[in-house]
Ligand binder design. Sequence first.
Ligand code: CA2
Length: 149
Amino acid sequence: MSILVLHGPNLNLLGQREPGIYGSLTLDAINNLLAATAETLKVKIIPLQSNHEGVLVDAIHQALGEHHGILINAGAYTHTSVAIRDAIAAVNLPTVEVHLSNIYRREEFRHHSYLAPIVVGQISGFGAQSYLLGLQALVNHLQVTSSQK
Ligand code: CA2
């Protein structure tokens, strides 16, 4: 089983700025934690970070036939991008949305997610653990739904 892990804009800065909000781990450290969790779950993960909406849309399109599900922290595009939402809906791959911070405890503009209505579920507010919980939830969802077929 293969999972595409997408990190959106500015997440390449993790560990270098705003550790009070986003924690002190770098994106590489989070990807390493995800790889260790993936190994215990016996799945493969392919991580990609981009600051560009179109690159994320292209990666979602290319996931079809390559990956079984998508784990995504779309960053600020969560709150703005109809294009990323439409791409996820179009490929129809099970997707879990994650956020380091609790977006509902923050500014009002972060309370709305364009992705939430079309994903399997959302995990928000647990720092790097949000990614690990999200990966576990996605793999569990894929296993349960494939055994029902
Ligand atoms: O909490 C999250 O994971 C977010 O998706 C992070 C986004 C933010 O726009 C969302 O509302 C919630 C921002 C990512 C920016 O990451 C930075 C990392 C270090 C320094 C500055 C920004």
